[in-house]
Ligand binder design. Structure first.
Ligand code: ATP
Ligand code: MG
Length: 202
């Protein structure tokens, strides 16, 4: 194929793509907050949620971050939000990884306490973005009532967006959110013996 042929073919493909995108933009006329589930076994779920936190903060929006599970190990996002963004409502369950605690009733109490912090934020129309990091595990272990979590997400204020992260998630959660993305594990540095890296992994 000559260069001119290649250019013509490319132009035609681009025009087709543009028509498709334009049509989709025209069709997407509903203006409201969105609910997202970021799931799957690959790395990048929480990082993506914190990317949205940064975007929202860039526009001066009000943000709340609630982390279920992680607690013993400090993370860069926690340090940053606590030190530099006191305006962000931040809460962490703080009992560490469940497989370290081996204390089911303690875990449930911690999960319920964390949910008690999260729930009113999911009912507060002044909050633009709520991150429920790793909450899927609380549903999988039945530490929290799935119905209540799903209903609260569904009935949140119209303009509020919510990002849920964690592996699994269940069909009720998938049904109630607008966007579901699965991060697929193709390979991970950890499996070839590379240590979790500050600023990359935590
Ligand atoms: P991140 O916070 O880096 O975006 P994540 O939220 O997608 O990761 P989690 O299941 O919450 O994934 O795990 C957090 C930690 O586990 C991170 O240090 C991450 O690098 C690591 N991790 C994530 N996926 C894998 C994997 N497939 N194999 C090994 N380690 C992983
Ligand atoms: Mg995560």
């Amino acid at each position: 194929m000559t260069d001119s042929h290649k250019n013509d073919k490319h132009k035609a493909a681009m025009e087709k793509q543009k028509t498709k995108v334009d049509n989709n933009i025209e069709r997407a006329d509903e203006e409201r907050g969105v609910a997202l589930l970021l799931t799957g076994n690959g790395k990048g779920k929480s990082s993506s949620a914190f990317g949205m936190v940064m975007r929202a903060l860039g526009y001066g929006q009000k943000v709340a971050v609630i982390q279920f599970i992680k607690g013993e190990q400090l993370s860069g996002e926690e340090i940053y939000l606590r030190e530099k963004c006191p305006e962000v409502a931040f809460y962490q369950m703080g009992t560490g990884f469940t497989w370290n605690t081996q204390d089911r009733s303690g875990d449930i109490a911690a999960a319920e306490k964390t949910w008690a912090f999260a729930k009113p934020l999911l009912q507060d129309p002044s909050i633009d973005l709520v991150v429920l990091d790793e909450i899927t595990y609380m549903l999988a272990y039945k530490y929290l009532d799935e119905d209540e979590v799903v209903t609260t997400i569904n009935q949140r204020p119209r303009e509020q967006s919510v990002v849920v992260t964690g592996r699994g998630g269940g069909t009720a959660l998938r049904d109630v959110v607008d966007t579901v993305s699965e991060v697929k594990d193709i390979k991970h540095a950890f499996t070839s013996g590379i240590k979790a890296r500050k600023g990359v992994d935590f």
